[in-house]
Design a binder for this molecule. Structure first.
Ligand code: ADP
Length: 378
């Protein structure tokens, strides 16, 4: 069998046995080298002194000493064999114990990985008390956080599919209704009917375009080329683009750029896109006579661009929720006004990617609202 396929406990056992064998061999070699000289020294001491008596004593002792050395050596080897056997047994027990401590959690993790791969994203591994602070505990904890992330992604994916299906159903049902009416002769094929059909198709296209933009923004696939930009440039570009629409609706539209603002580090096209989105909403949800104020000002170390309107206003709860995908305070109203409920979600993704923050504030429904986003200074 290949070494890589050998189980963890066998590998540990082999490594322990190796240490024991090396230890025992070293002991034997060392004892063999040291014992004779040690014994010789003792013999010399025992037979110490001069004269006849000493000579005789010495001859007897030498004979005994030879026997003693053999006996000593035999006893030493026996003791070493017994000690090696005992150590091997302990090594076997220790390797089984340690490998179970390591192998069991690893085996559990391997099983959990298999179940996650099979689509069971709720799978987690339990971290036992003995592994809480060690590397295995850390591995299990990062495994669990990976499983959390996978589960969340999967949930978002399912939610998105559900939401998209739901959003597509309404315009498709409307188109279907018109077409059936036309087929049955209930609806007159007038220019107005064709115009309504065209509007509905436009709404569908906008929804699909927004969805594509949203998926790119959420996957951070929108290329950004940040460079130092003057906040006035962003404000002026968006202002010039939307001023005619505000005038047409009869709304007061002002802009103010505070003096001495620093340059911001941003992708100017994307910053203008975010601002255009906020202004389009202000235009959409403010009825004449009303005012919309666009302002760039300093906020801490960044520059804030704010859009304040005297329109519908929002509750505190709605202020937090409107950045969620497809969230609309009044679905039918937003849809009738051409909204898709995705604009602010895209805006938030873009602002996040540019290192800023976006939020909404409102004194309450019917009292207007202020949308702000920050851009970091260059
Ligand atoms: P929509 O395409 O529906 O406008 P958004 O994501 O841009 O989608 O906005 C989400 C919701 O936030 C809107 O449907 C609307 O209810 C609310 N909203 C956005 N801007 C304003 C605003 N200026 N005043 C009041 N409500 C707003």
């Amino acid at each position: 069998m290949h070494w890589s396929r050998v189980s963890l406990s066998t590998k540990l056992l082999v490594s322990y046995l190796f240490v024991i064998v090396v230890g025992a061999v070293t002991l034997i070699v060392a004892a063999d080298a040291v014992a004779p000289s040690f014994l010789a020294a003792h013999e010399a001491q025992m037979a110490g002194g001069a004269g006849m008596r000493a000579m005789m004593a010495r001859a007897g002792i030498l004979a005994v000493a030879a026997e003693l050395e053999d006996a000593f050596r035999a006893a030493m080897y026996q003791a070493l064999y017994v000690a090696t056997a005992a150590a091997a047994l302990v090594a076997l027990a220790a390797s089984l114990f340690v490998s179970r401590q390591i192998a069991r959690p690893l085996r559990r993790m391997a099983a959990a990985t298999g179940r996650i791969a099979a689509g069971h994203y709720a799978e987690r591994v339990a971290i036992s008390k003995t592994n809480l602070g060690d590397e295995l505990g850390q591995l299990a904890a990062s495994f669990n956080s990976m499983a959390d992330a996978l589960e969340q992604t999967e949930r978002r994916r399912l939610e998105l599919i559900g939401d998209v299906a739901h959003e597509l159903r309404t315009p498709i049902a409307t188109l279907e209704g018109y077409l059936e009416g036309l087929l049955d002769g209930v609806v007159e094929p007038t220019t107005e009917t064709w115009a309504q059909l065209h509007d509905e198709a436009g709404r569908l296209r906008r929804l699909v375009d927004d969805l594509q933009e949203l998926s790119r923004a959420e996957a951070h696939q929108i290329p950004l080329s940040p460079r130092p930009v003057s906040p006035a440039l962003i404000v002026d570009t968006a202002y010039d683009r939307l001023a005619p629409a505000f005038a047409e609706k009869g709304l007061d539209f002002h802009r103010t750029v505070d003096r001495d603002l620093p340059l911001v580090r941003t992708d100017s096209d994307r910053a203008v896109q975010v601002l255009t989105n906020l202004l389009t909403n202000a235009l959409r949800y403010t009825s004449a006579p009303g005012q919309v104020e666009l302002r760039a000002e300093r906020l801490g170390d960044a520059v804030a661009i704010r859009v304040r309107d005297t329109g519908l206003g929002l509750t505190t709860e709605q202020c937090a929720q409107i950045f969620e995908r497809f969230y609309r305070v009044d679905k039918s109203r937003s849809r009738a006004l051409g909204g898709t409920g995705i604009g602010l979600t895209i805006a938030r993704s873009l602002v996040d990617a540019m290192g800023g923050r976006i939020w909404a504030e409102s004194p309450g429904p019917g009292q207007g609202s202020t949308f702000s986003f920050t851009l970091p200074r260059a």
